[in-house]
Ligand binder design. Structure first.
Ligand SMILES: Nc1ncnc2c1ncn2[C@@H]1O[C@H](COP(=O)(O)OP(=O)(O)OP(=O)(O)O)[C@@H](O)[C@H]1O
Length: 244
């Protein structure tokens, strides 16, 4: 099954940036000349100091913001040439954990997590069982029927993570996904991402937690002042870029 999934993706380009710049409104560029491509099934941490541009880069990768220059292609498709109405189809292949969670408050935790499966056409009890199993695994067995407004920050974060991974997306983008939980839970959630990655999901995780980065030992995309360096596991970014 795993081989099949990886084989199906062989030759497919998950994401490619060429000389991409990004600005907000009329401001100066917050991302400058970004070029990289991600191989199918790769896992990268996205690191860099506060304000370096990590969330902005994830927004571009999620197609929530257009670049001010350069080209982006996703799943072999030039995004700049894609009309707005074609974007939801691409986005359905991406699981995303936002810093502000973006859960739907009129739905329970179970219903929020089940949403991507329902949108994909899934029906019935099987979905609920699958969702409940995942929520229990992230420590939310007793909070399944709760609405987001009654959950703590760490609980909301775990619901958001479960929603992002539930349908094994082709690409997972996570912005500080362990920022609101204790170290033990952070490690458990990272394990979930690593396992998903082993099943073929290309994964990018923005984090300030260098101890987890070292523990997992994956390659890094390191941003400093809007410039990107690709850094191999165990290596340090070139000067003047600091560790964090
Ligand atoms: N909506 C916005 N409008 C204008 N400027 C923005 C907006 N969002 C971010 N910025 C600016 O873009 C730059 C990069 O911000 P971004 O949030 O991408 O950094 P980050 O690396 O994710 O930071 P952090 O680690 O603190 O979350 C910063 O200078 C920030 O002030």
């Amino acid at each position: 099954m795993l081989c099949q999934k990886l084989q199906r993706r062989k030759g497919q380009e998950v994401i490619r940036f060429e000389n991409v710049g990004m600005r907000y409104g009329m401001g100066s560029e917050v991302l400058k000349d970004i070029s990289f491509d991600l191989e199918p099934g790769s896992l990268h941490f996205l690191t860099g100091p506060s304000g370096a541009g990590k969330t902005s880069l994830l927004r571009l990768m999620y197609l929530a913001h257009r670049p001010s220059r350069g080209t982006i292609s996703m799943f072999n498709q030039d995004v700049s040439a894609t009309e707005r109405k074609g974007l939801p189809r691409l986005r359905r292949r991406i699981g995303v954990v936002f810093q502000d969670f973006r859960l739907l408050d009129h739905l329970t935790a179970v219903e929020n997590v089940a949403l991507p499966l329902r949108i994909a056409g899934g029906k019935g009890k099987e979905i609920d069982e699958h969702v409940e199993e995942l929520l229990a695994w992230v420590g939310l067995k007793d909070r399944m029927a709760a609405r987001p407004s009654t959950l703590s920050g760490g609980e909301k974060q775990r619901v958001a993570i479960a929603r992002a991974v539930i349908n094994r997306p082709d690409l997972l983008l996570a912005d500080e996904p362990t920022g609101n939980v204790d170290p033990e839970m952070a490690e458990r959630l990272m394990y979930l991402f690593v396992e998903l990655n082993k099943l073929g999901t290309t994964t990018v995780i923005a984090t300030h937690d260098m101890s987890l980065v070292r523990k997992i030992g994956a390659d890094r995309m390191h941003l400093h002042d809007g410039h990107l360096q690709m850094v191999r596991a165990g290596e340090t970014p070139l000067s003047p870029v600091g560790e964090n």
